[in-house]
Write a protein that binds this ligand. Structure first.
Ligand SMILES: Nc1ncnc2c1ncn2[C@@H]1O[C@H](COP(=O)(O)OP(=O)(O)OP(=O)(O)O)[C@@H](O)[C@H]1O
Length: 658
């Protein structure tokens, strides 16, 4: 390119750079691209960050543009770039602050082999036009805010490295031939569905942090069996989803039906001593659990007693079953701390709950997790309940343990803990009934699609959630110690022990599965910890002390999710490793969710807010990091104390600004 043509190319490139710098001409000039000289002199580079090949003069000279970690905070004008450098092979803009999307016009640089745009603030969907880049081998879009599906067409390219981790991608993983890949990661997104069969050597780390949405190898729950071959992929996935939903309904229905049959027989056996007037007996906690005896009586009509009831009764005699309604006498609403009409209706509905109603009521699968499925059931009268069906294959002894746990959890009341309203446990079937909270979970708010999370989570909101959850957990760890938590937070808090060993002696109960999808929101958007104690902690945390420690660790991971905005796998190890690495590099500010950082600046003293974020991060790291810290891990009460101190300071700074 000579003369006028060369000048136009230079102008175009400098236009591209200026847009990368967000229109800041000074910063663009600082990169050192001089419009008065050619970027390449033969195969010698003249402009910094521009790679040239030795090809004959012409626009085929620029083969690489590498502008990494230059503080560029503008957008990528791919049209200008590709018009000026159509022979570009390598584009690396990693580690900047670039915004906007990766434009579809990038396909104009048809010879691209390597694209690195990781560690920026890019958002939107990846353009399907990337699939037109027939020579593309390496695509790194990690650690941005890309959303939408990863274009299925990318699997047709000869990619050998794909880094899509730490974004907000949803949908299925394209059918990449992973055994050909040198590197592959889609960790920390919102992906669902099967991991490609051909996953090569890629282990859990490449797929973790997708809110348990992925199935198949390696180490993930098995996928539902594929439907008959010959169908196209989209159809197959839709069918698989439908099958999973139907299976859920059928299993729930079967469990409930077996129980109803048992109840019918149980009623008949007890009829001589039955109570006359009471149509739907409610069992108060104090009297409900007597092993071997149904604590719930169903008003069954005679015509429903059919031949199979006898068989069910035989099974039931061997496996005592009961729906235990965890409500005391007195008004239901007074025992539910959320005190809103929906909560009162749910508590009232649960007080009168009959499994027959559950059986007849429409049920909707809310989701499948690692430890079972959750259903929304609207019972007669219109109250909405959530029924968690716990995945379990435990023997009778463990059923007894489950009963005891749920009884004790049902006794403790704290506004930040969703109380179980009733539970059922028999014949290797465990169901727990809660009020349905229809305002989403923390997982959805933090990692859901933009449409599903209209509420922006600013820094004060995140700190509020952190402190309420810490309070709830500290209360439960303390209140359950002696097994006599009665809703008096102050007294319960006084009974805290100072070490895990003492807690162990007191028999505290751990949550066992604290995570963002188990933090739900009430109508006033107050956080509420759900599924407390539903899943028995797996070894090695089955010892009570270890289980409480595991809760503290899980709380630390939750704090990391709140602070970074990044989703994590069940144990959060990968997120913790990433945060540790960033802190080690002294880039602490880089770990924070940008949405939170920008909101912290809106109301006042950004520097002080950021200092408090760093302190909360330190609390998170103390919760997680047991090996490297010389001091023993904090108890939940100590953690709550630290988080509340940060919150009080934040509240004070806000009120002094007002
Ligand atoms: N009481 C409830 N009200 C409203 N939604 C709920 C309720 N309980 C659970 N959910 C939602 O139902 C979905 C499925 O829940 P489920 O507990 O089965 O899965 P999970 O929390 O992702 O995994 P896990 O099995 O590990 O707990 C989640 O999105 C959860 O937020």
């Amino acid at each position: 390119a000579q003369g006028g043509e060369g000048a136009r190319v230079r102008e175009s490139l400098i236009g591209f750079l200026t847009e990368l710098a967000g229109g800041d001409k000074e910063r663009a000039r600082g990169i050192g691209w001089d419009a008065s000289v050619e970027p390449c002199d033969g195969n010698r580079t003249v402009w910094p960050g521009v790679g040239c090949n030795g090809a004959p003069a012409g626009d085929g000279r620029i083969t690489a543009i590498v502008l990494e970690r230059k503080g560029l905070d503008g957008t990528i004008n791919a049209a200008s770039l590709c018009a000026a450098a159509p022979a570009l092979r390598v584009l690396s803009l990693e580690g900047n602050e670039l915004r906007g999307d990766l434009p579809a016009a990038i396909s104009g640089c048809a010879r691209l082999t390597h694209i690195y745009v990781g560690d920026n603030r890019l958002s939107g969907s990846l353009p399907p036009s990337l699939a037109e880049l027939a020579s593309l081998h390496v695509l790194n879009v990690s650690r941005n805010s890309f959303s939408g599906e990863i274009p299925a067409e990318l699997s047709k390219l000869g990619l050998v490295r794909f880094c899509g981790n730490d974004n907000r991608f949803n949908g299925a993983i394209p059918e990449f031939e992973l055994s050909r890949f040198e590197h592959f990661s889609v960790a920390n997104n919102n992906l669902t569905g099967p991991i490609p069969d051909d996953a090569g050597d890629f282990g859990r780390d490449s797929f973790s942090g997708n809110s348990d949405g992925l199935c198949g190898r390696p180490d993930f729950p098995p996928c539902p069996p594929p439907p008959s071959s010959g169908e196209n992929d989209g159809k197959r996935r839709r069918r698989a989803r439908t099958i999973v939903m139907c299976l859920g309904y059928v299993l729930l229905g079967a469990g409930v039906a077996a129980f109803v049959l048992y109840m019918m027989c149980s009623k008949r056996r007890r009829r001589p001593s039955g109570v006359g007037g009471k149509t739907a007996a409610t069992t108060e906690t104090s009297s409900s659990v007597t092993p071997g005896k149904s604590a719930y009586s169903l008003p069954m009509s005679e015509e429903r007693m059919n031949a199979t009831a006898a068989a069910a009764a035989a099974v039931a005699r061997a496996t005592p079953a009961s729906l235990v309604v965890l409500q005391r006498s007195g008004t239901a609403a007074s025992t539910v701390m959320t005190l809103n009409t929906a909560a009162a209706a749910a508590a009232e509905a649960a007080r009168k709950l009959r499994f027959e109603d559950l059986l007849r009521s429409p049920a909707e699968l809310l989701g499948r997790g690692r430890f079972g499925s959750a259903y929304k059931v609207v019972v007669p009268g219109g109250a909405a309940l959530a029924v968690k069906r716990v995945k379990d294959a435990a023997g009778a002894e463990e059923e007894e343990e489950f009963r005891r746990r749920m009884e004790r959890v049902g006794k403790a009341r704290h506004p930040a803990v969703l109380p179980p309203l009733a539970f059922y446990c028999a014949m290797q079937e465990k169901l727990v009934v809660y009020e349905f909270l229809g305002h989403g979970s923390l997982a959805k708010l933090l990692h859901g699609s933009i449409e599903s999370s209209q509420v922006a989570l600013d820094w004060p909101a995140r700190l509020h959630i952190a402190s309420k959850v810490a309070d709830g957990m500290a209360f439960m760890h303390g209140a359950l110690r002696g097994g006599d938590g009665d809703g008096d937070g102050a007294n319960a808090n006084l009974s805290f022990s100072s070490s895990y060993e003492e807690d162990e002696a007191g028999g505290a109960i751990a949550h066992g599965n604290l995570k963002a999808s188990n933090i739900l929101f009430t109508a006033t958007m107050e956080p509420c910890i759900s599924e407390y104690g539903v899943t028995a902690p797996p070894p090695p945390s089955s010892a009570p002390a270890a289980a409480l420690r595991a809760d503290v660790r899980a709380y630390g991971v939750l704090l990391l999710e709140l602070l970074t905005g990044k989703a994590t796998a069940a144990d959060g190890a990968e997120l913790a490793r990433w945060v540790t690495a960033v802190i080690r590099e002294e880039w602490t500010a880089e770990v924070f969710d940008r949405a939170m950082l920008s909101s912290a600046g809106a109301g006042g003293d950004t520097v002080a807010s950021e200092q408090r974020m760093v302190r909360l991060l330190q609390v998170a790291m103390r919760c997680i990091d047991d090996a490297s810290s010389p001091s023993p891990p904090p108890t939940m009460r100590e953690v709550a104390g630290m988080v509340n101190a940060i919150r009080e300071e934040d509240d004070m700074s806000l009120s002094s600004e007002a």
